[in-house]
Design a protein around this ligand. Structure first.
Ligand SMILES: NC(=O)C1=CN([C@@H]2O[C@H](COP(=O)(O)OP(=O)(O)OC[C@H]3O[C@@H](n4cnc5c(N)ncnc54)[C@H](O)[C@@H]3O)[C@@H](O)[C@H]2O)[C@@H](O)CC1
Ligand SMILES: [K+]
Length: 512
C-alpha cells in the first residue's frame, strides 16, 4: 500500500474536487462522515459521553462535521473549539455555522487561560485539533490543554493523525502531542505511524477510504510503501512440476568462529527452509562436526583455520552468498573479507560482523556488487551511516548511503524498513518476541535462500522480511514473547508460506 506524503494528499484533495466536480466542503463532509460511520458502527447509539475537540483548520472542520452527525444521531456529544489561532479555515467556518444551525448553540470555545471541561475516565475524546497542516509547535496553553486530554484517562480517537505530530519531522516537545488509542487516517497510512520515535503516539490506526481520485492514487509514485500480504503475493514465485533442486539455486553461507557456529547453522537452515535448492556452509574447522550433525541437509566447507575465517576460498559455484554472521571482526577476518570481495561477482547478503568490518573501512563497500543486501540492526547501521538526529534523519542518511553504494539496506526493528535508493518498504509483520539471539541470522538466511531461487535482491528482501515477520507471528501462538527463540521462527517459515494463500475467513476460523 502506498504511503502518500502530506503534499501528495493535498494534491489528491485538489484533483479530487476538480475531477469529481465536488467542493472541498463536500469532500470534508465525506471524510468526516466516514469517521462518524466508524464510530456509529461500534457504538450503536451508546450514550457514552463524547467530547469532540476541534482546532481551527480543516482537521477541526472534520471534527465539527463529525460532532454534527453524532448530535443528529442522538449521541451524547459536547463540542469544543480550541481557539489556537484566529486564522480559521474557510471550511472550518462553514461547518462552524452548520453545527450552530443544527444544535442551536455554538461549540464551547477554549481560549488561553480556560480550564478543561470535566472528562470522565469512561468518556470518549475525539481529537480533531491539528491534522497534517500543523506548521509550528502549539502555544504553551494549547499544550496544557493537550496534556489535560492525555491525562484524562478517557479513550482518545484521533482524526487523521494524533494532533501535534508533523508528517516530516519530530515534534519539538513530546508533551505537545496527543496520545491516541486509535487514529482514523484518511486514505493513506502516515509514515510516522511506523517510525519508532513517532509510532507510539497511536496504539492502533486504521485507514478510512474517502474516495480520493483513483487515477491520481494509482498513477502517483510514493517514496514509501507499506508491505503486507497483498504486496508480497504478486512477488511470490510458484513452483513448477518439472523444476528440480538446481532450479532453486545454491546458497553459500559464510561465517562463524569458535563458539559462534550456531549463527551459520541458523542462517543455513533458514536458507534451506525458505526454499534454496542447495546450501553449503563455509565455517572454520571447529564448526565442521556440529554443522554436519545439526543440519545434515547442508554441505560444509571449512577454512584452513580451526578457530576463525582466515581466507574465503571455495571451488563451488554458488548462486548467492550470505555472509558475516558470527565471523568476528579480527584482522584475519577483515583480510579474508577484503580478498574475497575483490574477486567476488556473486550476489551478496551481508550481515553482522561483516557489516562492522566494512563500517571500520568504508572502502570495502565500494567492492560490493550492485544491489547487495545489507541487513544491519540499528547499532550496525549507525556505524555505517553515522549518528542520526532522529528517525527522519536516519532514513535520509540510509537512503543516501544506499544510493552512494547502490545497495539495498534493511533496517531491522519493530517495523523493519527496507531502503532502496528509490523507495522505502515498510514491513507490517513481526513482534517483540523476535528480538532474540539469532533472529537476524535467520533473516539473512531467508533472504539468501530467496535470491538463490531466482527472486531479485529487492524482491527477496521485501518478501524475506515479510516471511520472517509472519513466521515470528505464527511462532507466537501458545507462547509468550519471552519464550520465542530463533529456531522457532525457522520452524514456522513453512506456515508463513501457507498463510500467504489463506483467505481471511480461514485465518479467522483458525484463531477461534
Ligand atoms: N484529503 C484529505 O485527506 C482530507 C483532509 N482533510 C483534513 O484536513 C486536514 C488538514 O487541514 P489543514 O491544512 O487546514 O490544517 P490542520 O487542520 O491540520 O491544522 C492546522 C491549522 O492550524 C494552523 N496551525 C498550524 N500549526 C499551528 C499551531 N501550532 N498553532 C496554531 N495554529 C496552527 C494552520 O494554519 C492550519 O490552518 C487533514 O489532516 C484532514 O483532517 C479533510 O477535511 C478533507 C479531506
Ligand atoms: K487530529
Amino acid at each position: 500500500m502506498k504511503i502518500f506524503s502530506a503534499a501528495q494528499i493535498y494534491e489528491a484533495d485538489k484533483i479530487t474536487t476538480e475531477r469529481q466536480g465536488i467542493s472541498s466542503i463536500e469532500l470534508m463532509e465525506r471524510a468526516a462522515t466516514q469517521v462518524f460511520n466508524w464510530m456509529h458502527q461500534r457504538m450503536q447509539g451508546a450514550q457514552v459521553k463524547i467530547h469532540v475537540f476541534c482546532g481551527i483548520g480543516n482537521n477541526g472542520g472534520d471534527g465539527l462535521v463529525l460532532a454534527r452527525h453524532l448530535y443528529q444521531h442522538g449521541y451524547n456529544v459536547d463540542t469544543y473549539v480550541v481557539n489556537c489561532s484566529d486564522k480559521r479555515s474557510k471550511n472550518f467556518l462553514v461547518n462552524y455555522d452548520r453545527i450552530k444551525a443544527e444544535t442551536k448553540s455554538w461549540p464551547t470555545l477554549i481560549k488561553k487561560g480556560d480550564e478543561l471541561p470535566e472528562i470522565g475516565k469512561d468518556d470518549i475524546i475525539v481529537d480533531a485539533i491539528f491534522g497534517i497542516g500543523i506548521n509550528r509547535c502549539p502555544d504553551d496553553w494549547v499544550i496544557t490543554i493537550m496534556q489535560g486530554l492525555n491525562n484524562a484517562g478517557a479513550y482518545i480517537v484521533s482524526v487523521d493523525i494524533p494532533s501535534g505530530l508533523f508528517s516530516d519531522k519530530l515534534p519539538e516537545k513530546p508533551e505537545a502531542v496527543i496520545r491516541a488509542g486509535y487514529t482514523l487516517s484518511f486514505q493513506t497510512p502516515k509514515l510516522i505511524f511506523f517510525l519508532p520515535q513517532t509510532g507510539h503516539y497511536t496504539e492502533q490506526w486504521e485507514i478510512l477510504d474517502i474516495g480520493l481520485d483513483r487515477q491520481y492514487l494509482v498513477e502517483t509514485q510514493t517514496a514509501a510503501e507499506l508491505i503486507g500480504k497483498h504486496e508480497v503475493l504478486p512477488i511470490y514465485q510458484p513452483r513448477e512440476k518439472f523444476d528440480h533442486k538446481g532450479t532453486y539455486g545454491h546458497s553459500l553461507i559464510i561465517g562463524g568462529s569458535h563458539g559462534k557456529i550456531g549463527a551459520v547453522q541458523l542462517a543455513s537452515r533458514a536458507a534451506l527452509t525458505a526454499g534454496a535448492g542447495l546450501v553449503t556452509a563455509y565455517v572454520p574447522g571447529c564448526g565442521y562436526h556440529s554443522m554436519q550433525t545439526a543440519l545434515p541437509e547442508a554441505m560444509v566447507l571449512t577454512d584452513s583455520s580451526e578457530e576463525e575465517i582466515t581466507q574465503i576460498k571455495f571451488k563451488i559455484d554458488p548462486t548467492v552468498i550470505g555472509l558475516g554472521m558470527g565471523m568476528g571482526t579480527g584482522k584475519k577476518a577483515k583480510i579474508a573479507l577484503e580478498v574475497f570481495l575483490k574477486d567476488n561477482r556473486k550476489p551478496l547478503v551481508i550481515d553482522a560482523d561483516a557489516l562492522n568490518i566494512m563500517a571500520a573501512d568504508k572502502t570495502l563497500l565500494e567492492l560490493l556488487p550492485e544491489n547487495t543486501v545489507l541487513t544491519p540492526h540499528p547499532g550496525e547501521l549507525e556505524r555505517l551511516v553515522g549518528k542520526w538526529e532522529d528517525d527522519f534523519d536516519k532514513l535520509e542518511r540510509t537512503k543516501a548511503f544506499a544510493a552512494k553504494y547502490k545497495l539495498i539496506v534493511t533496517i531491522k526493528g519493530a517495523n523493519t524498513i527496507t531502503v532502496h535508493p528509490e523507495k522505502i518498504y515498510i514491513n507490517v509483520t513481526g513482534n517483540p518476541g523476535m528480538a532474540t539471539a539469532g533472529s537476524g541470522d535467520v533473516l539473512t538466511g531467508i533472504i539468501t535462500g530467496l535470491i538463490s531461487q531466482g527472486y531479485d535482491p529487492l524482491q527477496a528482501t521485501v518478501f524475506g522480511v515479510y516471511l520472517h515477520g509472519t513466521a515470528g507471528d505464527l511462532a507466537l501462538e501458545g507462547r509468550g514473547y519471552q519464550a520465542m527463540i530463533a529456531g522457532d521462527i525457522i520452524n514456522h517459515i513453512g506456515k508463513a508460506y501457507v498463510a500467504l494463500f489463506k483467505q481471511p475467513e480461514q485465518e479467522q476460523q483458525q484463531e477461534e
